[in-house]
Design a protein. Structure first.
Lengths: 206, 206
């Protein structure tokens, strides 16, 4: 398969959300224009995005909602469930564990870790915070696919290496530090302070 | 000023973090190589990034830590404080309000809103959740610079329009829907489920 840009994957996720709403409403077909509105793009872009993955629908009739959403779920790897561990049980880490959107999409958080004795043993939605010293043991028994890192920046690389060493194939990094992972490991970064700084930069550059 | 890419702004933020650590340690100069490590890039990229904003340091001596961090704070608009309102007091919204990293960086959350009667009146770190019906009134009295949207996708555009109408000049959107804002308004999107889906896509495409 050709290398697909992150921005394309992002739009596919948004198209899928819209298709699922249409499915719920019992609508059978949808135009590329309608999908474009939802994805914040143009109908030409929609057709281009979908053409990466073969042909869908018939000219003039729009896309078949049920078929296209099933295809998109498969393309996005959402036709299965993923096991996720979260390292860091601070405000953001504990909020993530309680975020229902993850489970709805097939991401099951199976373990939550912290090194702070005052956090270890607390429970969030039934998930008890475990000592990060037990991480290796837990990775062997839980065999997670994805690790979410929500620790201070100076601890993130070490945690990442332990996760990768333990078999994690994808990392979502919330720590304010760039991580280095082997090429075989997928990595996405989310940094809330950096997003705000990008806004302050925009405000300052006016 | 030339248009600066988002990825450049992101690296500047990371360089600044490193410089501030060096300042704390009392280090006077730093090499482009050291900044590159922190920014997850190369020393050539560091020199290029900084050259956008004039000349810094002397060849062979590295960059002066205090001067460069002050310049970066000014470039990033971090030499002042920002007033921020958050709309949506769910798990993520309430975690954001309690996230210390924002205040440390100059972002003061001055108001938090929700439409759910069971959430209105609750307090997070001393900030009481207000009825979103009072949003317009609050925007007039609090005159925030930045609005953070953490509401369901189908409500996000309407909230965004109310914020912009009320004078907000920058929006950070956590809702799983693309927002349309006037060109004069800065917009950044953070979508946690989409980030995980990008990882599931990467795992599925192997």
């Amino acid at each position: 398969m050709r290398k697909i840009a992150d921005s394309t994957v992002r739009r596919l996720s948004l198209y899928l959300r819209y298709l699922e709403e249409f499915e719920t409403e019992g609508q059978a077909t949808v135009s590329s224009e309608a999908l474009a509105t939802r994805g914040g793009t143009t109908s030409a872009q929609v057709r281009k995005d979908l053409s990466f993955f073969g042909s869908f629908g018939k000219r003039g009739l729009g896309y078949p909602v049920a078929e296209l959403s099933e295809r998109l779920r498969r393309i996005l790897g959402l036709d299965r469930r993923y096991r996720v561990v979260v390292v860091g049980a601070g405000k953001i880490g504990s909020a993530l564990v309680q975020y229902r959107g993850f489970r709805q999409r097939g991401f099951d958080i199976v373990a939550l870790f912290d090194s702070d004795p005052s956090k270890i043993g607390r429970a969030y939605d039934g998930l008890v915070v475990r000592d990060v010293a037990e991480l290796e043991q837990a990775l062997r028994s839980e065999t997670p696919d994805i690790g979410i890192i929500v620790v201070p920046g100076d601890q993130a690389q070490a945690v990442s290496e332990r996760l990768v060493q333990g078999g994690v194939k994808a990392v979502l990094n919330f720590a304010p530090a760039p991580l280095h992972v082997p090429e075989s490991v997928a990595l996405k970064n989310v940094n809330l302070a950096l997003e705000l700084e990008a806004l302050s930069f925009a405000l300052a550059s006016r």
